[in-house]
Write a protein that binds this ligand. Structure first.
Ligand code: GLC
Length: 722
């Protein structure tokens, strides 16, 4: 009969309990096996099923209590078969894309011994300078909440004991995406109202979806490092949200309490972290060392120690590791299959965002044109994006995929320039080649290495001479299509007006080039929408869709003039639009906004209705939902998907409210000339808000709703009664 976690705990000494609360990585399997014998709780994946089984055997048969290991790894958007990056997935506005990634990832990972992934990352961010925006789901808390919860369910399935399930890990708790200056690991400071409304929301949803673990973030929040933040780790996450899983540190995050200036040494840091509610230390001094135990055990409350160990043991029980600690090596998956490649290609086709298509230049003709394919991503195989492991299945090149899919076009392929290094001669060569062509496709963008962890950029324009390349080929007068491979929103102001078409392709994974080729050929129509705003300049950051209106919202952009504005004594009537919130040197608003995206066809939204036009605060408090129904008509000659968004705004409330907040979204396929009926449910929680006392309130008053697909927009009104 399998022992219960409580029975195992009762038999453990304090030093053994402490040893269980750690995960480390060791290249040397002998070292790792020794740690397993000494009762460590978890290890990073040793790169194969066989080597994982050897470590599990050491833990189960050679340690005093025979406790199996958690085996962790960052499987963020794929293990062997790589899916589009999470930011790209969010652009699909289709949570099924996130589920498809999580299902394939969990299947591949668990088959090779991984039973714990450090994903999904659900950090909201409004600052594209931060390299880790690529790992999250963008700037909107509702979008992040829906995608984060979907990914948790995709990784964990119905039963964590299943051979295609892994424990999920919501990260990084919390506020990491609000790093000042967009500089990774930097300070985050915000009102508790904003913390609740924006940054905590995806974690709340992920816990509600059953996430098995949460990872603490590197940053301080309002002066308190998250690895020692009792108010958030214990009071909010565990008590208020009811989180019963394990809270794991980020890499060396506990030891970093010393440079944060809140711990005298690493032992003090470990004691503070565990005391604040952290359960599993990642890296750092070995907790199984006798001198560590001697230094720590007097500083850690025994009940807290027991709670942390029980959380670890219960997760192992949920994973079925006590009954089946070993994986079937004959079933190990170490490469994509035709099915997983088809799944990632289908996902990749749903993520690109068409931001311009004058002409329309896209889709490309199938024959009878001479097309220059230039730019650093023309022949590159760098399509996987940040956070992939060295053993991931690589991608092919765009040039090969385009030649394969459109063989009757007369392709001239000249990558011309390096993605980051200056290449003046490459620019000149591309311009020369363009003059002999009917169309130019510039495959531009950011290498995967320029986004992800420790990859913040102070200048988010295209690197190297890519801007010069685009402008040079555009100056020839030959029509230009730009494909933008990127891990973040970029500043495209210098050239966006000079090109005919702009398709943001993100980093799409193992089948990225094939998906792009099918989109350019018109086999499928792009339907992605921006999950994060593209600013006009880095100086405009933060700029996002759900900003507050301010007391002086501008109606027009700025203008640079040397003349002083004569305020004079005319009083308020000369406050036309001069003294309003804008930049003198920028037009109003971002270059491309949240939710923007075009299709190869056109749609009309008709016959939009609300399930009710009044709802009481009392029924909202009981969880009343409001349903928006509408008809989407495809008024074009191509099949396509439309993405519908419901934004809501409160003209009058006890605190200033965002000009718009995303409350619901859906993606729907509509055949050419056809119609589709859509239903979007607005949960009660979207109709309330945290006030300045950080109380969640439903407030009587008018709520203005807008149902839009980025083209047409239908206003709807709802009255919340007292
Ligand atoms: C890194 C990242 C975190 C990751 C962890 C383990 O520093 O911050 O997201 O899960 O280390 O690799």
């Amino acid at each position: 009969m399998t022992r219960t976690p409580e029975q195992i705990l009762a038999a453990m000494t304090p030093a053994e309990k402490l040893a269980q609360l750690q995960i480390v990585w060791r290249r040397d399997d002998a070292e790792a096996a020794d740690l397993a014998r000494r009762g460590i709780g978890a290890l990073f994946w040793p790169q194969s099923a066989a080597r994982t089984n050897a470590l599990q055997r050491a833990a189960v048969t050679e340690s005093r209590h025979g406790i199996p290991l958690l085996i962790g790894l960052d499987v963020v958007h794929g293990q062997f078969t790589i899916f589009p990056t999470p930011l790209a997935q969010a652009a699909s506005f289709d949570p099924a894309v996130a589920v498809a990634d999580a299902r394939v990832s969990a299947t591949e990972a668990r088959s090779s011994g991984v039973n714990w992934t450090f994903s999904p990352m659900v950090d909201v961010s409004r600052d594209p300078r931060w390299g880790r925006v690529v790992e999250g789901f963008g700037e909107d808390p509702h979008l992040g909440a829906v995608f984060g919860a979907a990914k948790v369910r995709g990784y964990q399935g119905e039963d964590l004991r299943a051979s295609d399930a892994v424990a999920a890990c919501l990260k990084h708790f919390v506020g990491y995406g609000a790093a000042e200056g967009g500089r990774d690991y930097n300070t985050a400071d915000m009102s508790l109202q904003r913390l609740r409304e924006v940054y905590l929301e995806p974690f709340r949803a992920g816990v509600a979806a059953g996430a098995a673990s949460v990872m603490a973030s590197f940053n301080t929040l309002n002066g308190v490092p998250m690895h020692a933040n009792r108010r958030l780790l214990t009071d909010v996450l565990k008590r208020e949200y009811g989180f019963e899983g394990t809270v794991v540190a980020d890499a060396e995050g506990v030891a970093q309490l010393v440079p944060h200036g809140v711990a005298a040494d690493e032992f003090d840091a470990i004691a503070r972290s565990i005391g604040a509610g952290l359960d599993t230390v990642m890296g750092g001094a070995l907790l199984s060392d006798p001198d560590t135990a001697a230094a720590l055990l007097d500083a850690i409350d025994p009940a807290r120690l027991d709670d942390a160990v029980l959380r670890m043991l219960r997760l192992k029980q949920r994973l079925g590791l006590f009954d089946r600690p070993y994986v079937d090596e004959s079933a190990e998956r170490t490469a994509p299959t035709p099915e997983t490649l088809a799944a990632t290609r289908a996902a990749a086709e749903r993520c690109p965002v068409l931001l311009k298509n004058d002409g329309p230049l896209l889709p490309l003709p199938s024959r009878g044109a001479r097309v220059l394919l230039t730019g650093p991503f023309a022949e590159s195989t760098d399509h996987l994006g940040a956070w992939v492991q060295h053993f991931a299945a690589g991608a092919g090149s765009l040039a090969d995929a385009l030649r394969e899919r459109l063989p009757h076009l007369d392709w001239v392929v000249d990558p011309s320039i390096d993605p980051v290094r200056p290449s003046a001669d490459g620019v000149a060569r591309a311009a020369r080649l363009a003059t002999d062509c009917d169309l130019v496709v510039v495959a531009a963008g950011e290498p995967s290495a320029l986004s992800g962890e420790a990859a913040s950029r102070s200048d988010i324009r295209l690197p190297g001479d890519q801007e010069a390349l685009i402008r040079a080929v555009a100056a020839t007068g030959v029509p230009v299509v730009v494909l933008l491979a990127t891990g973040r929103p970029l500043v495209v102001e210098a050239w966006a007006d000079e090109v005919g078409a702009l398709l943001v392709t993100w980093h799409l994974g193992t089948q990225g080039p094939e998906a792009i080729a099918r989109l350019l050929a018109g086999d499928v129509s792009p339907a992605g929408r921006l999950p994060m705003t593209f600013p006009r300049s880095v100086g405009q950051i933060p700029v996002h869709h759900d900003a507050l209106p301010t007391g002086r919202p501008a109606r027009t952009g700025g203008s640079l003039t040397a003349e002083r504005v004569d305020v004079g004594l005319n009083g308020p009537d000369n406050l036309d639009d001069t003294f309003t919130s804008k930049y003198l040197d920028l037009p109003l608003g971002p270059r491309f906004g949240f939710g923007e995206g075009l299709s190869y066809t056109t749609f009309e939204i008709e016959d939009a209705h609300l399930s009710t036009h009044t709802v009481s605060t009392e029924s909202l408090a009981r969880g009343a939902r409001i349903r928006v129904t509408a008809t989407v008509r495809n008024t074009g000659d191509r099949d396509g998907d439309d993405v519908l968004l419901v934004f809501l705004g409160s003209p009058v409330a006890r605190i200033s409210r965002p000009v718009q907040r995303l409350a619901a979204f859906t993606r729907v396929a509509v055949a050419a000339g056809g119609v589709a009926r859509v239903e979007l449910d607005i949960d009660a929680a979207q109709l309330g808000f945290f006030d300045d006392d950080v109380r969640f309130v439903f407030e009587p008053g008018r709520v203005e709703l807008v149902l839009t697909d980025g083209g047409s927009a239908l206003p709807l009104s709802l009255e919340i009664t007292g």
